[in-house]
Design a protein around this ligand. Structure first.
Ligand code: GRF
Length: 219
């Protein structure tokens, strides 16, 4: 198969990528972000466009300079700053995250650019209900600098992955992936920008898909 430079492939059965999930009551989302929050925005827009039957209960962010809370304020979503530097270890930090998410009555946790390792404290509190987005075609290029890793490796196609979170970093059952060709003159910035277009498309779809799956069977 040959990919045109602007082409992408969603690696999921076409019948499964409708954003609308079966559930009649909106999914109650808690979003965790560390950076610009463009994926937060994509989720909020999908909800506003009635492409995703959900509501964002709260944004949790850990970086005081993150742009995500500005986007939350513009969308009327409450944002809570939990700075990891204020906690003595990761478990104490995650305990406060869990407490906050529970206070806001969150059912599904979306790690949308969350740049901290998580512990069993968080994972066990929301079993099979934590979703992460990663800028590579997992299992390739786990961890930080995934876009740079892909460029350095010489692969011709990379992309993004939405998956359920388990203890091992950037692992767990894959929900949706999208492929993005690497162009000869790509920099990390140009490539990441094209990957993010796909992230914004598949993340809301994957949230709906995860909800559908969890209604039908356990992972
Ligand atoms: C995304 O590329 C995501 O895959 C990675 O961090 C980035 C967050 O982007 N985990 P944004 O803050 O949503 O714009």
């Amino acid at each position: 198969m040959t990919l045109r430079p602007d082409s992408t492939v969603s690696l999921v059965a076409p019948s499964m990528i409708n954003c609308q999930s079966d559930q009649s009551t909106p999914l109650k989302l808690g979003i965790m972000a560390s950076g610009s929050g463009s994926n937060f925005e994509a989720i909020a827009q999908a909800i506003a466009d009635e492409q995703l039957n959900a509501q964002i209960q709260v944004l949790v962010y850990n970086n005081p300079t993150a742009k995500a809370p500005i986007r939350a304020a513009n969308r009327g979503v409450e944002a809570v700053l939990l700075n990891h530097r204020d906690y003595i270890h990761r478990e104490a930090f995650d305990q406060q995250i869990v407490k906050t998410l529970q206070q806001y009555d969150v059912d599904w946790v979306i790690m949308a650019g969350w740049m901290r390792l998580v512990t069993p404290v968080l994972i066990d509190a929301f079993t099979d209900r934590i979703i992460n987005i990663h800028p590579s075609l997992l299992p390739s290029f786990k961890g930080i600098n995934a876009v740079e890793q892909a460029l350095a490796s010489g692969v011709k196609i990379t992309g993004c992955t939405v998956h359920l979170v388990c203890l091992e970093v950037d692992s767990g059952p894959i929900l949706i992936q999208a492929a993005v060709p690497i162009l000869p003159d790509d920099t990390a910035e140009t490539l990441h920008a094209r990957i993010q277009i796909q992230e914004h498309r598949i993340l809301p779809q994957a949230i709906a898909l995860a909800a559908q799956k969890s209604n039908n069977f356990r992972f």
